[in-house]
Design a protein around this ligand. Structure first.
Ligand code: WQD
Length: 337
C-alpha cells in the first residue's frame, strides 16, 4: 500500500483529500501545525473511513521535524496543502506569508530530496492567472499575481519546475484550484473559517444560520450577465478526487504538469446566493456594495487537460455544493471541536 504524506491534512481541502486517499486504498500520514484547523478533524476522518491517519503536529518551518517524519516512515509521495491562504491578510503581512509558504515549502522539498521521495502534488491556485484576458482559462495562459498569497503559489510552481529540470527523477503536479466550496455529504468535515469569512460561500452560510446579518455583494457593475462577479465554484469532494487522479498520474510519469481543477462553469454571486436560498429554504438578505479592491469580473476554467491527462472531471453541480455546505453548517454550528 503506497504511503502518502499530506501536509495541511486537517485543513479544509486536506481533510477531504485524506478521506478520498484512504477510500482509494492509500496509507495516509498527516502533518499539520493546527494553526488553522483542529486535531478533532482526524476523528471525523476516522468516522467516515474507519481509519485514523497517523498524525504529526509539525510546522513546515521545523526542518528537524520534517526530517524525523521521513526517517520514521517510508513515504512514497507527498500532497502539499500546508500554507497560509488569505489574500487580504497576505497584503498586510507579506513576510510572514513568504517565510511560511516559500521557506516552509523549500524545507519540505529538501526533506523529500534527502529521503529520496520525488513525487509531489502541489496545491496551487487559479489566482496565478491574475486578470485573465478571456475565459475559459487554459493552463498555457499568461500568469501574473496581484497579491503576496498568489505570488507564493506562483513561486512554488517555479521552484518545483526548476527542481524537475535539475533532477528528471522528480514528478510534480501543480494543481490550480478555482473556487472550492461545499462539504463532505456526511456533514462531518467541511470549511471552518477563522473569524469573519473572506470568501463568498462561507459568508453566505453564516447569513443563513443567522450569525451574520446580510451578504455584502461586492459590486453589481461588472461586465457579467447580472453585473456581479462570476467564478468557477467546484465541490471540495470533486477537488479531492482530482488529487487522487493527479497522484496516480504522478506515480507513473516524471516531470511537472500544471492542471486546472474547476468545473468549466461560471456562476455569479447572485446565482450562488439563490442556489443557497434553495438549499437552506430561506430568503437571504443582501446589500449591493462597492467593488472589492483586486477582484476580477469573471474567472472559469478550461477543464480539457484534466480530462485528457487524468481522466478526471467534476461531477457535483452548484445546488449540491450549496446543500452540502448548508448540511455541514447546520451540523457544526461551532465548527469542528
Ligand atoms: C468570490 C466572488 C467576490 C465575498 C479567493 C482567492 C483565491 C482562492 C479562492 C485560495 C467574488 C464575491 C465574496 C463576499 C462577495 N483562495 N464576494 N461578498 O476572490 O474568487 O478567490 O478565494 O486559493 O486565491 O482569491 O473568492 O469567495 O472571496 O469571492 O460579493 O462577502 O464573490 O467579489 O466576485 P475569490 P471569494
Amino acid at each position: 500500500m503506497a504511503v502518502i504524506l499530506v501536509t495541511g491534512g486537517t485543513g479544509y481541502i486536506g481533510s477531504h483529500t485524506c478521506v478520498e486517499l484512504i477510500q482509494a486504498g492509500y496509507e495516509v500520514i498527516v502533518l499539520d501545525n493546527l494553526y488553522n484547523s483542529s486535531e478533532a478533524v482526524l476523528n471525523r476522518i476516522e468516522t467516515i473511513t474507519g481509519t485514523k491517519p497517523k498524525f504529526y503536529k509539525t510546522d513546515i518551518l521545523d526542518k528537524e521535524g520534517l526530517r524525523r517524519i521521513f526517517a520514521e516512515n517510508k513515504i512514497d509521495a507527498v500532497i502539499h496543502f500546508a500554507g497560509y491562504k488569505a489574500v487580504g491578510e497576505s497584503v498586510q503581512i507579506p513576510l510572514t506569508y513568504y517565510e511560511n509558504n516559500i521557506s516552509g515549502s523549500v524545507n519540505l522539498y529538501e526533506a523529500m530530496k534527502e529521503a529520496g521521495c520525488k513525487t509531489l502534488v502541489f496545491s496551487s491556485s487559479a489566482t496565478v492567472y491574475g486578470s485573465p484576458k478571456s475565459c475559459p482559462i487554459r493552463e498555457d495562459f499568461p500568469v501574473s499575481t496581484t497579491n503576496p498569497y498568489g505570488s507564493t503559489k506562483l513561486m512554488n510552481e517555479m521552484i518545483l519546475q526548476d527542481v524537475c529540470v535539475s533532477d528528471p527523477d522528480w514528478s510534480v503536479m501543480l494543481l490550480r484550484y478555482f473556487n472550492p466550496i461545499g462539504a463532505h455529504p456526511s456533514g462531518l468535515i467541511g470549511e471552518v473559517p477563522n473569524g469573519i469569512p473572506n470568501n463568498l460561500v462561507p459568508y453566505i452560510a453564516r447569513v443563513a444560520n443567522g450569525t451574520l446579518e446580510f451578504l455584502r455583494v461586492f459590486g453589481n457593475d461588472y461586465p457579467t450577465p447580472d453585473g456581479t462577479g462570476v467564478r468557477d465554484y467546484i465541490h471540495v469532494v470533486d477537488l479531492a478526487k482530482g488529487h487522487i487522479s493527479a497522484l496516480r498520474y504522478a506515480m507513473e510519469h516524471k516531470g511537472a504538469e500544471k492542471i486546472n481543477l474547476g468545473t468549466g462553469n461560471g456562476y455569479s454571486v447572485l446565482e450562488v446566493l439563490h442556489a443557497y436560498e434553495e438549499a437552506c429554504g430561506k430568503k437571504l438578505p443582501y446589500k449591493i456594495m462597492e467593488r472589492r479592491p483586486g477582484d476580477i469580473a469573471e474567472c472559469w476554467a478550461d477543464t480539457e487537460k484534466a480530462w485528457k491527462l487524468l481522466g478526471w472531471k467534476a461531477e457535483y453541480d452548484i445546488q449540491a455544493m450549496c446543500e452540502h455546505s448548508w448540511n455541514f453548517t447546520v451540523k457544526n454550528p461551532d465548527g469542528i471541536r
